[in-house]
Design a protein around this ligand. Structure first.
Ligand code: SF4
Length: 123
C-alpha cells in the first residue's frame, strides 16, 4: 500500500542499500543521518510499528523512521508511557475511541497496544 507521505521519503532519493546494513551500502549510520532530516520520519516510524504490530507481515528489515529493526523491538520511553496509559484506561472500561481522543492518538494505535497487551497476558 502506498501513502501520500511516501512521496516525501528522502530514502527514495538516495542509495537504498544504505538502509540495509550488510548490503552493498555502508550501513545504517548514514541511513540514520538521512532519516533525522526526513520530513516524514514520524509517519515512517509509525508505519513500521503498525506493520510489525499487526502480526501479518512479521519483522521489517532495515531502518524505518530512523530506528533499526533491533531498536524498534524496544518501545521508546514516550511510547512506553503512552502504552501504559492505554492499558490503564482500558482496565477502567474506557472505550478505545475515547482513549484515542483523550491521548490524541489514532484508533489503530490504541487497538495495536491493547492487542499486544492481551498477547503478553496470554503468554
Ligand atoms: S524516515 Fe523513513 S521515509 Fe524518511 S528517509 Fe528514513 S526510512 Fe525513508
Amino acid at each position: 500500500m502506498k501513502y501520500e507521505w511516501m512521496d516525501q521519503a528522502l530514502c527514495a532519493q538516495v542509495d537504498p542499500d544504505l538502509w540495509f546494513p550488510g548490503g552493498a551500502g555502508s550501513g545504517s549510520h548514514k541511513a540514520k543521518k538521512v532519516c533525522e532530516v526526513c520530513p516524514v520520519s514520524a509517519e515512517c516510524g509509525g508505519y513500521a510499528d503498525l506493520l510489525e504490530g499487526d502480526g501479518s507481515n512479521g519483522r521489517r528489515h532495515g531502518m524505518w523512521g530512523g530506528r533499526s529493526a533491533q531498536q524498534r523491538t524496544k518501545p521508546r520511553p514516550r511510547d512506553a508511557a503512552r502504552d501504559a496509559a492505554i492499558v490503564r484506561l482500558t482496565d477502567r472500561g474506557i472505550s478505545p475511541a475515547e482513549i484515542a481522543e483523550r491521548l490524541d492518538i489514532s484508533d489503530r494505535t490504541v487497538a495495536r497496544v491493547i492487542a499486544a497487551h492481551r498477547e503478553q497476558e496470554v503468554a
